[in-house]
Design a binder for this molecule. Sequence first.
Ligand code: CTP
Ligand code: CA
Length: 223
Amino acid sequence: ESCRLSESNLKNKNVVITAGGTREAIDPVRYIGNNSSGKMGYALAQAAAYAGAHVTLISANSHQPKPNGVKLVPVTTAKEMQTAVEAEFAKTDVVIMAAAVADYRPEETFDHKIKKDSAESLEKITLVKNPDILATLGQQKQNQFLVGFAAETTELEAFAQTKLKAKNADMVIANDVSQAGIGFNSDENAVVVISADEAKVVLPKAPKTVLAQKLIELIATRI
Ligand code: CTP
Ligand code: CA
């Protein structure tokens, strides 16, 4: 272990990892959110810290225990997550966007709790698109290595390829969220890693902690 620790390319690198799922408020007690426990992002943060990296974990609404030796930055919304990532970006070597970012947020947030006796039906809640954090980083990047996730239910690799290009990322970790027992909220995952210039890497079903170590090792060899 100690031998590998001193050998990792990630030693003393600045790594930003996002985890969990953002929540976009409808009113003070309700939100639009995403299904994400944060387990994968937290496992990646722990593995990166063990590899000797300086890890900032930007965490949205996760109840996972804080990994050792990691700077934890709690956020709620996609915009807060973007602000937190942007604050670190200039001095960051690797960004891993493991968070499930809400694609849309309510156009307006009610100041007071919406009461059910005020109307028989809620006519509409208009949603507007959130900024795409990873795509924005892809436009700004200098030497940063950008890793995205792609949660897909169909055409896993094709959609992951499209996201890799569209967001100017260096690697996309694709997981099939239609498979039972893996992905969201599960302790296990199975992924296909796609990069621009390298062959794909298939990592079969394994505990997220084990997968996280393999993914961190893979990222370390690519930076
Ligand atoms: N992502 C992001 N900002 C967003 C939405 C997504 O940074 N507003 C990041 C995610 O953290 C992930 C990657 O982009 O690393 C892909 O997210 P995903 O939800 O799979 O793809 P989208 O681009 O949002 O497209 P869609 O949900 O329509 O498949
Ligand atoms: Ca999305």
